[in-house]
Design a protein around this ligand. Sequence first.
Ligand code: NAD
Length: 264
Amino acid sequence: MGWLDGNVAIVTGGESGIGRAVVLRYLDEGAAGVVVVDRNADGLAALKAKHPKKIATVAGDVRDYATHAQAVALALKTFGKLDTLVGNAGVFDFHRPLKGYTPEMLAATFEEIFAINLRGYLYAAHAAHEALIASQGCMIFTASVASLHAGGGGPLYTASKHAVAGLIRQLAAEFAPDVRVNGVGPGGTLTNLSGTASLGHDNRHMSDKRAEAAERIGNAVPLRFAQEPEDHAGLYVLLASRANARAVTGEILMSDGGIGIRPL
Ligand code: NAD
């Protein structure tokens, strides 16, 4: 018996990295089906081929409301209900400081980061809320160490992830008592997290220089290791499990190697 027997979920940005680890772990925990949303259509097809009956896919951009409406409709049509929404797709600013932008770049990068990292979550929550109220389900959003601290990104990424913390708390208040809303806050994790097209960084990834990234991240955290996507997946299972987390809402479970206990 798994912690998520019969559960049906949507995971945005589920083709790669943390989202992909959550999709595979949800299936290991007995989920009946997962709708995976991502802009990487080829990657989605390869993932679906691993679990053709339990994975349904939507190839689309989270900046478009239609992508989320399609995902919710697909969950209801294919699996009959929706229990868990995982909002997770995101992009990074690779720590670019404010003074490193021209005004034009700043405007374009702001639009791109906030449209993906924040509007994508708002659209997902809006599209899914009726189905989640019907199932008394939950929403889980990927926050970040940058949701609570400076230094986990530049000003645009950090502001977008602080906004995610506010979104989690506000939606938790709005949707109680029907739908629990929580977050998971990863620290530096070895994934393909990409930069923005606005800065020409859409082909630059968090772990391009994997060994260097692993050393840099590991040295920066008290637990002294760079996290892998699988290190966070269990927290998404816990939060999705009514039996184990029915009293938890409005919380962000940090999964960052202990940044919060780093001595001053
Ligand atoms: P990843 O790039 O491996 O996965 C993100 C996925 O989102 C990719 O499959 C990508 O194709 C998809 N995506 C990006 N923009 C999209 C869009 N506009 N429409 C549809 N799909 C889109 O990166 P990851 O590290 O697994 O990132 C997942 C989440 O974790 C993000 O919200 C990120 O901010 C957050 N996070 C990552 C780290 C880290 O160090 N990797 C740390 C804290 C938080």
